[in-house]
Design a protein around this ligand. Structure first.
Ligand code: IPE
Ligand code: IPE
Ligand code: MG
Ligand code: MG
Ligand code: MG
Length: 286
């Protein structure tokens, strides 16, 4: 039931995104390839948060598509030889393997630009809402958000000493947390409501999500995950698992899921789907 709902909103966000892609020219195919597959969790959070607060999907689908575009760009660049150097993504060859590095860099660049075209789409809402969404998405994606986390992640590979727990939390709050927090809070921005409870939910959920990603890198199965496993230890990545070990990392993720659920108290039963999403992120196998 939950998984069907996740798949449906992933499809809705992807359809909106695909509609906005160029239909011809050298970037058409690589961009479409980059947005294919994936769970669609970030777009789902936008659509569900919005639905919970009474915002129609016709407005929320643009920010949902926008965050999936930024996420897809981040994965294409994350896989490049200069970053994680991966060959498999979402069960397919990575974009730079299928085409080449220049195409992967440009497809990522174009997806990032497209995201801001999408959030500023008139159907999203009044101009103030669109500006608030665009500004906060830029902050979440940029040098104080996702890009910061990615830079810290790469720097940690060659750091002289292992990162502390607080440093790992800061790294993950950027690389994965920032876009997930934005996705969780976007519904409140669309509805003109206080984004604080949903932001707290997104912060706990985002960290739990990344811990699960790190656990899956150790315990997961490459064919189910659609990406290589065992890469983090090999590359000397700083993760909860590298610092604490598997079982303590899993316990921390469970505590965070509880924190995420607690943050939803103000919404009562209306937030049941988001509660299920919190449980899903650590139970998932892909
Ligand atoms: C993978 O994200 C990269 C991280 C930020 C941990 P997802 O697990 O959401 O990837 P897709 O979109 O489902 O492929
Ligand atoms: C990627 O984190 C995070 C972003 C793309 C911003 P990882 O490097 O852990 O993601 P995977 O494991 O390659 O999906
Ligand atoms: Mg990485
Ligand atoms: Mg990676
Ligand atoms: Mg990973």
């Amino acid at each position: 039931m939950f998984r069907e709902r996740l798949a449906e909103s992933a499809e809705a966000a992807r359809a909106c995104l695909i509609d906005a892609l160029p239909s011809a020219g050298p970037m058409a195919e690589p961009m479409r390839y980059a947005v294919s597959g994936g769970k669609g969790l970030r777009g789902f959070l936008v659509l569900e948060g919005a639905a919970m607060l009474g915002v129609p999907a016709s407005a929320a689908r643009f920010p949902a598509a926008a965050v999936e575009a930024i996420h897809a760009y981040s994965l294409v660049h994350d896989d490049l030889p200069a970053m994680d150097d991966d060959d498999l993504r979402r069960g397919q060859p990575t974009l730079h393997r299928k085409w080449d590095e220049a195409t992967a860099i440009l497809a990522g660049d174009a997806l990032q630009s497209l995201a801001f075209e999408l959030v500023s789409e008139p159907e999203t809402g009044p101009a103030e809402v669109r500006v608030a969404l665009a500004r906060s998405l830029a902050q979440a994606a940029g040098a104080r958000g996702m890009v910061l986390g990615q830079a810290l992640d790469i720097a940690a590979e060659t750091a002289a000493a292992p990162l502390t727990l607080d440093e790992i939390i800061a790294l993950q709050a950027g690389k994965t947390g920032a876009l997930i927090r934005w996705s969780a809070a976007a519904g409140a921005l669309l509805a003109g409501e206080d984004p604080e409870p949903l932001t707290r939910y997104g912060a706990a959920l985002g960290l739990a999500f990344q811990i699960a990603d790190d656990v899956l890198d150790v315990e997961g199965d490459a064919s189910t995950l659609g990406k290589a496993v065992g890469k983090d230890a090999e590359a000397g990545k700083a993760t909860f698992v590298s610092l604490l070990g598997l079982e303590p990392a899993k316990s921390r993720a469970s505590e965070l899921v509880q924190e995420a659920e607690d943050a939803l108290k103000p919404y009562g039963k209306r937030a049941d789907v988001l509660r299920e999403a919190a449980r899903f992120v650590i139970a998932r196998e892909a």
